[in-house]
Design a protein around this ligand. Sequence first.
Ligand code: NAP
Length: 276
Amino acid sequence: MQNIPLLSLNDGYKIPAIGYGTYPLDNPQAETAVREALSCGYRLFDTAANYGNESGVGTGLLSFDVGRTDIFVTTKLRGRDQGYDSTMRAFDASLQRLKMSYIDLYLIHWPLPMKDLYVESWKALVQLQKDGRVRSIGVSNFLPEHLTRIIDATGVTPAVNQIEMHADFAQREALEVHKKLGILTEAWSPLGRGSVLENPVVGRVAQRHNRTPAQVLLRWVVQMGAVPLPKSAHPARMKANIEIFDFELSETDMNDLATIDGNHRTGADPATCTEE
Ligand SMILES: NC(=O)c1ccc[n+]([C@@H]2O[C@H](COP(=O)([O-])OP(=O)(O)OC[C@H]3O[C@@H](n4cnc5c(N)ncnc54)[C@H](OP(=O)(O)O)[C@@H]3O)[C@@H](O)[C@H]2O)c1
């Protein structure tokens, strides 16, 4: 089993350099998959109230012999729960479903600018962190203007922004903004939901290293300075996806992979997404 490096967050906590994504697993599937992922060596787990699988994730984590401080659990506030008081209630409910006394990282799932509640929601996350109920706080799918607004309103910079990122949607500008602000980028859909796996450039780089296309795409995320959150329901793929810390892509590989960035989203646009 490979040793997964730990990266430092801007609040002093450490986060594993790769995580296991749990969408769209249901509760029973998530329970099995999380146990399997733990045995492959994953220690960072990504769920959300909106995935409807926090309970399965929590049960899976409890069923494996691992210390609480050796795992890192992320969940997210869904759109319909945005607002100060409703965020507090939603956090309690997530904690209960996960069967945990604290969460490592709590994120606002989408900014939903049309509701204009993300600043109030962020204030609630800041309070939850002050109360010691969550270790790190962050956001997901926030554009630079949303980041600036919550930082200006509270003086607290998110530890993480989890955004769509893969070789066909490289997010270079967002990465630059995050770096300047001291925010760690997490990459959701790091395999482009499977859409980039068949790309011939990825295939050629994979051949050079005797690796799979998925390993090349995940290693690319790591070398871009972000934390990939791949999802697979298959144990052999889960295991292969985490084995990316014993090889390095060269400058030529990175330049070749840069050519496939078509600025193609596979998911929703944060400026208009109305996730509830
Ligand atoms: N914050 C947000 O708004 C947001 C949005 C979307 C996703 N996410 C998070 O990001 C995680 C990952 O994103 P995602 O699931 O959309 O996309 P992804 O990880 O890019 O791709 C998952 C797809 O790739 C397949 N796959 C995985 N490993 C493979 C391999 N080695 N070889 C071939 N196929 C492979 C999976 O199939 P099998 O399962 O059949 O292997 C699945 O169909 C989610 O689970 C979730 O935790 C967050």
